[in-house]
Design a protein. Structure first.
Length: 137
């Protein structure tokens, strides 16, 4: 009986690890002008910008000390916790275009070929949704 329970737990944990890693990779931004890299750290999903058609400064950042940094390499999504298969909540998304940070939800679509991110203020019903295509598929 113990072997059966142990085997079941190992199989379930293997599925959890697989589900977490499906989203990891490089995705185009919706306008195809840049790319983000989604990675897992401490059981949560994060994303950093990895390239753009042009190197811009983070001039709209609310912190004046960060306005001279490049937008390439900065974390733009943080702390997405897995709630169920392919659905993550509790995250934050930073928009360097306006310097604002929003609460966000994330869905992994088509086996990781796309991600859908909804940024919002207050209620998820009031927000903006974007879909990003995997760059290295």
């Amino acid at each position: 009986m113990r072997k059966l329970i142990l085997t079941f737990l190992l199989a379930v944990s293997g599925l959890f690890i697989y589900a977490q890693s499906v989203a990891e990779g490089i995705y185009w931004t919706p306008d195809k002008k840049g790319q983000i890299e989604i990675y897992e750290q401490n059981g949560k999903l994060h994303a950093r910008s990895v390239c753009c058609n042009e190197d811009k400064l983070d001039k709209n950042n609310p912190n004046p000390a960060l306005r001279d940094r490049s937008t390439i390499g900065i974390d733009v999504m943080n702390n997405f916790k897995r709630r169920r298969n392919n659905f993550y909540t509790g995250g934050r998304i930073y928009n360097p275009e306006n310097g604002k940070t929003y609460r966000a939800r994330l869905w992994v679509l088509n086996g990781g070929k796309q991600i859908k991110v909804k940024g919002y203020i207050g209620s998820p019903m009031l927000g903006r949704t974007v879909v990003c295509e995997r760059a290295n598929s």
